[in-house]
Design a binder for this molecule. Sequence first.
Ligand code: G16
Length: 544
Amino acid sequence: MNIKNIDIKPFPDQKPGTSGLRKKVAVFQQPHYLATFVQSILNTLTPAEKSKLVIGGDGRFFNPDALQIICKVAIANNVKELIIGQHGLLSTPAASCIIRKYNANGGFILSASHNPGGPLGDFGLKFNTANGGPAPESFTQNVYENTLKINQYFIADIGDIDCSTIGNQPIKNTTINVIDPVSDYANLMETLFDFSTIREHLTNKSISILFDAMHAITGPYAREIFVNRLGAPESALMNAEPKADFGGEHPDPNMAHAEKLTKQLFNKDGPDLGAASDGDGDRNMILGREFYVTPSDSLAIIAANAHLIPGYKLGLAGVARSMPTSRAIDVVAKQLKIPCYETPTGWKYFGNLLDAKKITLCGEESFGTGSNHIREKDGLWAVLCWLNILTVRNQSVKQITLEHWKAYGRHYYSRHDYENISSESANNLVNQLETTLPTLAGKTFGGMIVKHADNFSYTDPIDNATSSNQGIRILFEDGSRVIFRLSGTGTEGATLRVYLEKYTTDDCFLELSSNEALAPLSLIARDIAQILYFTDRTCPTVIT
Ligand code: G16
């Protein structure tokens, strides 16, 4: 077999963002673009780290072509074993599970997560390391530096590799091992949750669930877990056939994009639990009958009830949340007398804390929740947490959440996204905010006094790596917060995210709508950041 050495010029735009390299499909389709990036990743690994790598993706448009390119570059680079999800498919949590289970050195995850798919949509590639989690910033920075100077890549000159038949096949010095994408992950779930009790409740219909796979990767996983192993009817699944373009929809599990699911839940005869996951299966949205649980509340409620779940009955070592995530989890941690860490946005920042056993659970406002069972956030895991809690507490999602607020207080929370603004406007807005920061403490806005304002910076307690400029936060004396940051996962222009949080323990104010409770804070945020002036936008594009 021939190995071709292809001479290339570096691509200047291969800097990984919050979660790998995400671009329009057309960018990835440029000749040599993907192969060059894969070669840069392989150049960054040591020879020992190239022994065993996992490959799988969310099945979006370009997944099959990308799979072949990655395999052929890996074969040319003498990777000893490639473990590939059948048909090149693996949800992100399953990829993390498989890297850990098979002691692989890492893995390529082909996904642009919740971003739209199809020929005009987005594609992405992320590299996870041996712990199963997203590569840390130090690694992705080295990859980026390599992409700026790389001048050739190697590729096996062979026909397409069969990734549809489960089993081993040797190709040159590489063993190709095609595995079932679902069973290892489903088996892991069985070790964490009380499947027999959940099964009883689902089959005797004392609990009903509706899961929206949003035409994305979780369909087959949800069928295996909820229908085959837990006895839910097939009608418990919506949009469970994965499609390369996600049915032309946006696989982002929020009430705007999972509109049909939301409609069914906001109905007095709706199911007890509604849930959705995203393109690659790591995000989750939780709904009860006529009730929405914010991701921040979901994390706090799972933590407060974790002792009811077999996998966590021995207690939690600690918890963590990303900085913009509401502090509902902090209050639970305080009560449980366990540490609560505040990290920058991005799952990669939880990796060291999980590996060092400092934390058991972690989560983010961006619909991500997870635990030490893998090193990625995990959509179906979160749904199973809720199912398990519902079976033990025998209460509705709404009752459980209301009781939680009564016990711990409520963190009203909302995120306002201004999508697709020009990068120039976004940068000007952020620069202006930066300049204003030192002058804000002590000032009053809408009757609220600023206590502290800064640009968040984080020092990892395990390896002391520092990450700065992780979001502008304005903290008020009454405990409210407004945070501004630019998204690191978009592929068009810039997205400004404004996070609003207000805490109350007053029983009379526990059941306002978030809009109502956060309206004054929203005006203050628009005023401080001069959003209209810099973006010309009178309102956000998406509110979650
Ligand atoms: C990715 C990361 C998450 C992070 C999110 C933030 O999510 O994995 O840890 O919270 O990006 O996105 P942004 O920078 O746009 O606010 P995913 O699900 O897209 O991989």
